[in-house]
Write a protein that binds this ligand. Structure first.
Ligand code: NAD
Length: 281
C-alpha cells in the first residue's frame, strides 16, 4: 500500500494518511496502533490530552519497526501553554513515547480567552523544540485565520500544518484557503465527521457506484483535496478499510457533488476555537 507523502514548508515529508488515537483508552492503544501498523499505516496522531502516548511508542516497538519508519505527531495539553510548562510537558511527551523526538508537535488549541490570549509565547516555545531537533516539525491545531495572522506578524516560523475540523458537512473553507495561500498544510481532523456523514444519501449513492464504503469515498475526497487525514477506529476490519483508498479516483463531478454538501458554520460539530477554553483538571 503506497501512501503518498506530502512535502511540508520546512522540507520534511509527512504520509498523507495516518491513524488517529483520540478516545482510544490507554490500555487499548497499543493493540489498536499495532493493528494499524500491521495494516500498513506509518503515521500516528496522538496528543498529551488523549493520555495514550505511551501506548503509541509501545506499539511501534512491539511491531519491530525502527523509530524512523513511523511518523509520530503529538500535541500540547491545553493546561500547559505557558513556556515553562510547555517545556516540561514536551519533555514528558518524549519520555512517554520512549523516543528522543517527535516528527510533529502541535499547539492543540489556540485558547484565545486564556493566558491573556498569548499563544504567541507558546508558539515561540515550540520554535525552541524545533531548533534543538526534538520536534522535526512544528504546527498548530484549531487555529482560525485571525490566530494565524497574529503568528505571522509576531513570530519567525510559519506553522508546517494546521490541524482543523474538516469533513463534507464542514469544509472550513476560510482556514483552508489561508493555509493554501501561506504554505501551511491542512490536516483534517475527524475526516469522516466522527461517523456523522456515513448515512448521507448522496455519499451512499457514490459509494454504490464506486463499489466502496462511504468512509472510503469520504477519505478519498479528502485525499484528492490534498488534506492529510488520520481516521480512527479500533476495529481491525475498518482500520484496513480506511487505508484501502489508493486504488480508485473520484471524478471531478463527484468531487463537486461532495463539496456541495458543505453546511458552512452550521456543519461544525466540535467546539468553536474562538471560544473553546477547556483545560483538563
Ligand atoms: P473520525 O472522523 O476518524 O471518526 C471516527 C469514528 O468513525 C469512530 O467512532 C469509528 O468507530 C468510526 N469509523 C471509523 N472508520 C469507520 C468505517 N470505515 N466505517 C464506519 N465507521 C467508521 O473521528 P475522530 O477519531 O474524532 O478523528 C480522527 C482523529 O483526528 C482523532 O483520532 C485524532 O487523532 C484527531 N482529532 C484531533 C482533534 C483536534 O482538536 N486536533 C479533534 C478530534 C480528532
Amino acid at each position: 500500500m503506497e501512501i503518498p507523502p506530502i512535502a511540508l514548508n520546512d522540507g520534511m515529508m509527512i504520509p498523507q494518511l495516518g491513524f488517529g488515537v483520540f478516545q482510544i483508552p490507554p490500555p487499548e492503544t497499543e493493540h489498536a496502533v499495532l493493528a494499524a501498523l500491521e495494516a500498513g499505516y506509518r503515521h500516528i496522531d496522538t496528543a498529551e490530552m488523549y493520555g495514550n502516548e505511551q501506548g503509541v511508542g509501545e506499539a511501534v516497538r512491539a511491531a519491530g519497526l525502527d523509530r524512523g519508519e513511523v511518523y509520530i505527531t503529538s500535541k500540547l495539553n491545553n493546561g500547559y501553554h505557558r513556556p515553562d510548562e510547555a517545556r516540561r510537558a514536551f519533555a514528558q511527551t518524549l519520555e512517554l513515547l520512549g523516543y528522543g523526538y517527535v516528527d510533529l508537535f502541535l499547539i492543540h488549541w489556540p485558547l484565545p480567552t486564556l493566558y491573556d490570549g498569548d499563544f504567541v509565547s507558546t508558539w515561540r516555545t515550540l520554535e525552541e523544540f524545533r531548533a534543538d531537533g526534538r520536534a522535526r516539525s512544528i504546527g498548530v491545531s484549531n487555529f482560525q485565520v485571525a490566530h494565524l495572522e497574529r503568528l505571522a506578524a509576531e513570530s519567525d516560523i510559519v506553522p508546517a500544518v494546521n490541524q482543523i475540523e474538516l469533513n463534507p458537512y464542514f469544509r472550513n473553507h476560510e482556514v483552508v484557503e489561508y493555509g493554501l495561500e501561506h504554505g501551511i498544510a491542512t490536516e483534517a481532523w475527524a475526516p469522516i465527521g466522527q461517523g456523522r456523514v456515513l448515512d448521507d444519501p448522496i455519499l451512499l449513492e457514490l459509494a454504490g457506484r464506486y463499489a466502496k464504503s462511504v468512509a472510503q469515498v469520504v477519505l478519498r475526497w479528502q485525499i484528492q483535496h490534498g488534506n492529510i487525514v488520520f481516521p480512527k477506529s479500533v476495529n481491525p476490519e475498518r482500520i484496513r478499510e480506511n487505508i484501502a483508498i489508493f486504488d480508485f479516483e473520484l471524478e471531478p463531478g463527484d468531487m463537486r457533488k461532495i463539496d456541495g454538501l458543505d453546511r458552512g458554520e452550521a456543519g461544525r460539530n466540535g467546539p468553536n476555537p474562538d471560544t473553546f477554553d477547556y483545560v483538563p483538571s
